[in-house]
Design a protein. Structure first.
Length: 482
């Protein structure tokens, strides 16, 4: 068995003929040094080899451990080196991918630059062609200005420029007017489309949720009462008969027109009074809605109580479709007033009248509703005196408007003289809520006054079905008087 020794420096296993440690490079002996055993006789060396060949357990175990440790160390070193090489290879691969992506981007940018250069060349050629085409015109202009007719043409040109400057404000004003009208029309149409979509979705949902049933539909109590009331009216009669008058505006409630002796006189101011829930806004809106839808009479509903879109949705639910009166009925709210009159100076009374006057000048209308007088006073932050209310009503009359002014002040306060609008208005219609003995609440209506007309001042019941109002004689017993 070959003799194995250890390196005195690092402990690595060495062979019997190794002159230098394979791990640390330590020199073990000089190459020229010959082993001492070479001079010995062959017999002595044989004995020495035989002696060394005898197994020595402890020395053999130590040499085996050293050999194992040497091989394990080399294996670990090779594993670590392999790991480092693998990591370096992965890093190089990632860098190669990045370089490839950068190369692709550079190619794309190069293509874009080439395309841009081509477009610039084409544009340059076009500009050169235009320059060549303009040279005769420039030469003609130069000859014109250097010729004898320069003065006459220059004067005409100055006149045209002056006319353009004079017409610019008018054109700008007309452009703004057309833009505002288009915005109003488009807002109405978009709102109508949105409402139709909501109604369609609601109808689909209702159809999906409605169970199939063979039972008959429930009886509509209000409809039955309305039919009974109509039969009673045909037997009893309502109000006073009157002949049609071209100077009267219809309320589009047949019996109410009879009570008012034919309708609302043109140019009058009507005060529509009632508590919350008495349908003051709905009644005033339906007059303007049907006037626009049936007779194409233009009107403006000015709401200070609620937003324009909210009001239109509520009237749609009552059956008054916006699309029917879209062309001849303007619905304005406080947001529109502030937008249109931005930067205007003065109190709310003057701002409101200037707005109505401007719209009248651009798109004349005949009917006007103000909802409500109390909201207008709240904007002014004070209670209007009789003279101020008179000025407001006179301003509407001077514009040639027939106006309905909605008021929430109780009629008793108006009659006691605490408020002056009842006395300066041309007419007054009262709406009331009446509780019957069976704990049902009905709406009542009556005409309090109307100048120059022989009116009926009795109370009648007010009904609303599918956007149409009707009135009839009260048929129930009531718990208390009004």
């Amino acid at each position: 068995m070959a003799r194995v020794s250890d390196c005195p420096r690092c402990g690595a296993g060495l062979g019997p003929r190794d002159l230098q440690c394979w791990r640390c490079g330590e020199m073990l002996r000089s190459p020229a040094t010959r082993p001492a055993s070479a001079a010995q006789p062959i017999s002595s060396r044989i004995r020495e080899v035989s002696v060394h060949a005898i197994p020595k357990p402890k020395a053999s175990s130590a040499r085996s451990c050293s050999l194992t440790e040497g091989r394990g160390g080399r294996y670990r070193d090779s594993q670590e080196r392999e790991k480092e090489l693998r990591q370096e290879a992965e890093a190089l691969e990632a860098e190669a991918v990045k370089l490839e992506e950068s190369t692709c981007r550079l190619h794309e940018e190069k293509k874009a630059l080439i395309e841009r250069q081509r477009q610039l060349d084409v544009r340059e050629d076009e500009l050169a062609s235009l320059a060549l085409a303009l040279q005769p015109a420039l030469k003609a202009v130069e000859e014109f200005y250097s010729g004898p007719e320069k003065g006459a043409y220059a004067a005409e040109l100055d006149a045209l420029l002056d006319a353009r400057r004079d017409l610019s404000p008018v054109l700008e004003q007309e452009r703004n007017r057309i833009r505002e009208k288009v915005e109003r029309d488009m807002a109405d149409k978009l709102n109508r489309i949105s409402q139709l979509e909501d109604a369609l979705r609601a109808a689909h949902a209702q159809v999906d949720e409605t169970p199939l049933s063979d039972t008959s539909p429930p009886i509509d109590i209000d409809e039955a009462i309305r039919q009974i009331a109509e039969q009673a009216d045909r037997q009893i009669g309502v109000g006073l008969e009157s002949s049609p008058d071209p100077d009267l505006f219809s309320t589009y409630i047949e019996k109410l027109d009879q009570i008012l002796a034919g309708g609302i006189p043109e140019g009058s101011i009507i005060l529509l009074n009632g508590p919350a829930g008495s349908m003051k806004t709905s009644l005033a809106y339906q007059v303007l809605h049907h006037a626009a839808a049936r007779d194409h009479i233009k009107g403006m509903f000015f709401s200070l109580e609620q937003g324009r879109d909210t009001l239109i949705r509520q009237m749609e639910r009552l059956g008054m479709r916006r699309n029917d009166s879209l062309d001849d009925l303007m619905v304005v709210d406080l947001v529109e007033l502030r937008r249109s009159m931005k930067g205007q100076q003065g109190d709310w009374h003057s701002i409101l009248m200037r707005y109505v006057t401007n719209v009248m000048r651009e798109d004349p209308f005949r009917l006007f509703v103000l909802d409500s007088l109390e909201s207008f006073m709240a904007m002014s932050e004070r209670i209007l005196s009789r003279g101020e209310v008179q000025d407001l009503f006179d301003g509407l009359r001077e514009l040639g408007l027939t106006a309905i002014v909605i008021s929430e002040t109780p009629l008793k306060k108006l009659e006691d003289g605490e408020h002056m609008e009842l006395y300066v208005a041309d007419g007054a219609i009262e709406l009331a809520m009446k509780e019957t003995r069976n704990l049902r609440v009905q709406r009542w209506i009556r005409c309090v006054k109307l100048r120059g007309a022989n009116i009926d001042t009795c109370y009648y019941r007010l009904l609303c079905q599918e956007g149409m109002f009707s009135i009839s004689k009260p048929l129930a017993e009531y718990s208390s008087g009004i």
